[in-house]
Structure formats: structure tokens, C-alpha cells
Design a protein around this ligand. Structure first.
Ligand code: GLY
Length: 580
């Protein structure tokens, strides 16, 4: 019976192959408000910012109101989040910014991912006994990549903004100086035993984030970050030189060295943010623009959408067992490829065209059975994925001219390495853990990665960050992205499919239960709100299910002829889509 059904599905697929198959015909109706909707988006007429911290969204909206464009606002939000969302917003980390310029009808991908110090090498995390020591890539000077955020923000503003750095950085300086009211969520994250233990070990980190006696800040108390304000002021005065040279750079290098690292002043001075050609594809008549390597996000979102396009996804029903089965099968094939082919394009040849080719998707989809999960071991044996944490943050901005910014940046783990460089207030990343510590051999987390992502001096570690813009009729339609480590790509995928295939408005598409499969481990990760009947049907198809914490924190803006509709993920406290 199963085989018969599989055959029928395969026949349907083969019949469909060769053209973009319409799911249900939602393509021409932007789902906005409806009495059927179970969640409603935020509306604004002129401009909107959606971010994980309401204070930062407000900063962005104020810049837009003052006549700034989406890039001006995005840079202001980036600096503000470094103050207001210290677990992920940052000066000491890195990320990716996707910019759409309406006048030029042009998209640009800005890569400000951290780089390995020049003397880093593939055995850097291996101890004298020949074993991977996870502490070295997580909470040690060696864990810190050369930060990219300040250079990335400066590049974006200089080339595509209209305001001065000294202007857009002001709100962040004020927030650091005057202090921010500690929210319940911030207090909670700082009191997490793992975070607290790590930060109390570093006197400069303790001084910023805990009281003198090591006690936690309580909700509604004020967190003042004087050193961070001074570091921001140096950037306001000297631009990126105020970070990569002079006293801030010296203090960062001193902190990294004291913690056993190898970053030098030359590494700081030589850091470069680069512009890359975004990766793009199509999905049921929409254009999908996203981040190219060293992020794996854009490549695999397009690879997965190419596969989904071959199926009548809308007809399967939103979050039905058939829909989730298909999603999981598509995801595991993309993530198997991720482990093999992706790395920093400045160091390895990433077969980008082949992976995003629609014919390749057809080839992969022929192996998908309608009623039976394919065990991951049969898809490609061997290599597991590098570990990634979910403490990244995303924000989206759209201005009144139709320019859009989709930005995801990170310290990697929550509060990064936990190391604040003394005298700067700047938390340093532990992005070096996104490299494969020892290709082909399990690391401290029991995970391994491919050669393409091995550590090398000046190389950027592979990322999953997926800032994305879906275009409709040549204009931005959905501006989105998410944190969530390896779940970033599948989270972003589901937001897009929820709108295009299932006709959900952006608030419903955001709130809907999410699933994730990353090939290995061979399990569908689910959120707890996925209903029990669907779970049973999936298990009957041979899937192993694993209920874990909620996935992602999407920050999305939908652009329509009726205005801007925003949705900030209800999975995280304090986030907000705000507009004017
Ligand atoms: N550190 C998470 C990522 O870059 O994907």
C-alpha cells in the first residue's frame, strides 16, 4: 500500500516537473487581514522596524521619521541592540546585511562575518592529547573571531545610507550612558547558571552585568554601561578606526591574549567587511533573494524551495502530517549537502549554481516517498553538522521609499565567549566554534563537520544566518530572517511557505508551530504546540519526533499596496514591530 501511494506521488511529481507548479493560488492575493485569521500583524503606512528589542525598534523608527532611509535606521538599530540586547546584539561579533535599494532596483549582500585570526590553523582546538577541547572554541581567547559588526555597519552606512555615523550611533550612546531598564527576559538570561558562571569568571564581564557582590540585576532596575558608551563614542568620533585601531583595539587584543587567544592588532586592522552578490532563486513566481556563502542560509533556502515547488504544498494543508513529512524530507536532503559543500567562498569552491539549480531539486525530489521517511543514513552517510547555538538576532527595516534591509548578526552563543574586554564594555564573540573543530572527527559536542569548514587563518566560519527578501513583481514583499543556529534556515523557509503556500497573514505565519530536520540527528524537531494527531501520523510514516524548546525569533515586514504589515515573533519577550 505504501509503495503504491509512493508511486502515485512520484507520478504526480513527474507530471509536475518542468514548470513552477501553483500551490493554491495565493500568489496574487497578499494575505493581510481576515476574519479567519488567528493573529493580526502590526500596520504602518510609511516605515517599519521589527526587532527583538522594542527599545531598538523605536530607535529605528525615530531615524525613519527624521527622514533617514532603511540603511540609516538599520545601522542605528544594530548599535542600539548592542546595548539593549547584550546576549546577541553586538559590537564584538559579526553578521550579514541584505540591502534592497528601490531607486536602483538592486540588492547587495554585506558580509561582516568574523574572521579567524591570521595565525589560526586547523588544529587550533585540539589539545596535547590529540582531542578536541570544546572549551577552547567556546569560552577561551581562541574562541574569539576578529569582530566584523562595526566595519559592516560603517560600510553599509557610507555606501547606502544618508546620515552620518555620529548621528545614527547617538541613540545607542544615550541608552548605554543613561541605562536601560532591565526587563524580565534580560534578568532571566543573565541569571542562567551557565551564563552567570562563565561571566563571573571574567572580572570585566562581572563588572558590567552583575552587581559588585555578584548579585543579579532584577527586573525594572537600571543597567548602565558606561564603558560601552565610551567605546561607542570613539566609533562616533573616528568611525571604524575608533574600534579597529587605538585604545579599543588594544583593549580587545589584550583581553583575548589574556584569555589565551592569538588575535593581534594587525588582525584587527586588517579586518574587512565585503560586499557579495546575493544568492537568488524563484518560488511560485516570487523572487527569493538571500545571503550567499559564507552563510549556508541562502543556498539551502533556495534548494529547499526548489524542491517544495514541485509539490502541491497548499493542497497538503498547513502543518498537516503530509506537509510536515514533505518539509522534513526536503530539509534533510538540503542539510546533508550543507555538511559537504559549504564553507567560506574565499577559501573553498562552493557549488552554488549546482545546489540552487531547479533540475537538481527535481533529481533530489525523485527520492522522496509520499508515505515513508527516508532514513538519513540512506541519504548520505557520515558527516554531522557543526554545532550552533541560537543566540543570534535578526531585524528587518522598510522605509517610505521602498528600500529594505534584512539583517542578522550574532555573538554566536548567548553573550558570546562571556569575555568583556576590560575598559570597553564590549562582549566578544565565540564564533570560532562555528568552524569544524576537527573535520571528520566528533568534537566536544559529539558533532563533526566537513573539510570545507575547517579552521584557517583569515577564513570566515560557516553560518546559517539567512537574511532574506522575497520579491513580488520586482518589489520587496516579505523582508524576514531569524536567529536559531541551524534552525534559522528552516524557520525562514516556513515563514515563506506559510504565506505563499498556505495563505497565512504574516502574524499567523510567524506564530504557527515550527518543525526542523537537519539530516543528522535523524529526527524532526517539533514545538510543543504541534498537535498529537499529526505527531502520530508522522510517526506512522517512520519519523522520529523530538519536542524541544521553541525555534527562532523571526522579525518580518510584509510590504503591500495597503501598507506595511509587521510581525515580531511571539516566541521572544520584549520584541516589537513598530512603524509610523
Ligand atoms: N553562529 C550562528 C550562525 O552563524 O549560524
Amino acid at each position: 500500500m505504501h509503495q503504491l501511494k509512493a508511486l502515485l506521488w512520484c507520478c504526480a511529481v513527474l507530471l509536475c516537473v518542468g514548470e513552477a507548479i501553483g500551490s493554491r493560488a495565493f500568489a496574487d492575493e497578499s494575505p493581510i487581514y481576515s476574519s479567519m485569521a488567528t493573529a493580526q500583524p502590526v500596520w504602518a503606512e510609511h516605515g517599519m522596524v521589527s526587532s527583538q528589542e522594542a527599545l531598538a525598534s523605536q530607535v529605528g523608527v525615530e531615524i525613519l521619521k527624521r527622514g533617514g532611509n532603511a540603511v540609516d535606521a538599520a545601522v542605528a538599530v544594530g548599535f542600539s541592540l548592542a546595548v539593549t540586547l547584550p546576549r546577541a546584539g553586538n559590537l564584538g561579533g559579526g553578521g550579514f546585511m541584505l540591502v534592497y535599494l528601490a531607486k536602483e532596483n538592486k540588492s547587495i549582500a554585506i558580509d561582516y562575518r568574523e574572521m579567524a585570526p591570521s595565525s589560526a590553523h586547523k588544529d587550533i582546538f585540539i589539545d596535547e592529547a590529540g582531542k578536541v577541547n570544546p572549551k577552547l572554541s567556546l569560552a577561551h581567547g581562541l574562541a574569539v573571531g576578529v569582530p566584523g559588526t562595526v566595519m559592516g555597519m560603517e560600510l553599509a552606512l557610507k555606501k547606502y545610507g544618508t546620515m552620518k555615523l555620529s548621528q545614527v550611533i547617538q541613540p545607542a550612546i544615550q541608552q548605554a550612558k543613561k541605562g536601560i531598564k532591565v526587563t524580565s527576559s534580560l534578568a532571566n538570561s543573565l541569571s542562567h547558571p551557565f551564563i552567570k558562571e562563565r561571566m563571573l569568571e571574567v572580572p570585566a564581564s562581572k563588572a558590567v552585568f552583575y552587581k559588585q557582590d555578584g548579585a543579579n540585576y532584577q527586573p525594572n532596575e537600571w543597567l548602565v554601561q558606561g564603558d560601552l558608551a565610551r567605546s561607542l563614542e570613539l566609533i562616533a568620533k573616528h568611525g571604524s578606526k575608533g574600534f579597529y585601531e587605538g585604545e579599543t583595539a588594544e583593549k580587545i587584543v589584550a583581553a583575548v591574549t589574556a584569555a589565551g587567544g592569538i588575535m593581534t592588532l594587525e588582525d584587527m586592522q586588517n579586518y574587512k567587511a565585503v560586499e557579495r552578490q546575493p544568492v537568488s532563486g524563484t518560488y511560485r513566481g516570487y523572487e527569493v533573494i538571500s545571503m550567499p556563502p559564507p552563510s549556508s542560509g541562502g543556498v539551502h533556502i533556495i534548494e529547499m524551495l526548489n524542491m517544495l515547488e514541485l509539490y502541491p504544498v497548499g493542497e497538503l494543508g498547513h502543518n498537516s502530517a503530509a506537509n510536515i513529512h514533505l518539509l522534513a524530507e526536503v530539509m534533510k536532503r538540503a542539510y546533508a549537502d550543507r555538511s559537504e559543500y559549504l564553507g567560506d567562498p574565499d577559501f573553498v569552491d562552493v557549488p552554488l549554481k549546482a545546489l540552487t539549480d531547479k533540475n537538481y531539486a527535481k533529481h533530489l525530489s525523485k527520492q522522496i516517498h509520499a508515505d515513508k521517511a527516508t532514513p538519513s543514513a540512506q541519504i548520505k552517510p557520515g558527516k554531522l553538522l557543526p554545532y550552533e547555538s541560537d543566540q543570534t538576532t535578526h531585524y528587518s527595516v522598510v522605509d517610505k521609499w521602498g528600500n529594505a534591509v534584512s539583517n542578522t548578526y550574532t555573538l554566536n552563543f548567548s553573550y558570546g565567549s562571556g569575555i568583556v574586554a576590560a575598559g570597553t564594555g564590549i562582549l566578544l564573540n565565540n564564533e570560532m566554534d562555528d568552524f569544524s573543530a576537527m573535520p571528520g572527527v566528533p568534537n566536544g559536542f559529539g558533532l563533526v563537520g566537513g573539510d570545507a569548514n575547517a579552521v584557517q587563518g583569515n577564513k570566515r566560519p560557516l553560518s546559517s544566518m539567512t537574511p532574506t527578501i522575497v520579491m513580488k513583481n520586482g518589489k520587496p514583499f516579505i523582508v524576514t530572517g531569524s536567529p536559531g543556529g541551524s534552525r534559522i534556515i528552516t524557520t525562514t523557509l516556513q515563514v515563506i511557505s506559510n504565506v505563499i503556500d498556505h495563505g497565512l497573514n504574516i502574524a499567523e505565519a510567524t506564530a504557527a508551530p515550527r518543525i526542523h530536520h537537519q539530516w543528522l540527528p535523524d529526527e524532526i524537531r517539533i514545538e510543543k504546540s504541534l498537535n498529537v494527531d499529526t505527531r502520530r501520523l508522522l510517526e506512522a510514516k517512520g519519523h522520529q519526533l523530538s519536542e524541544k524548546s521553541a525555534m527562532g525569533s523571526t522579525q518580518t515586514i510584509m510590504v503591500t499596496d495597503k501598507g506595511l504589515f509587521g510581525a515580531s515573533d511571539p516566541r521572544r519577550a520584549d520584541s516589537a514591530a513598530l512603524g509610523y
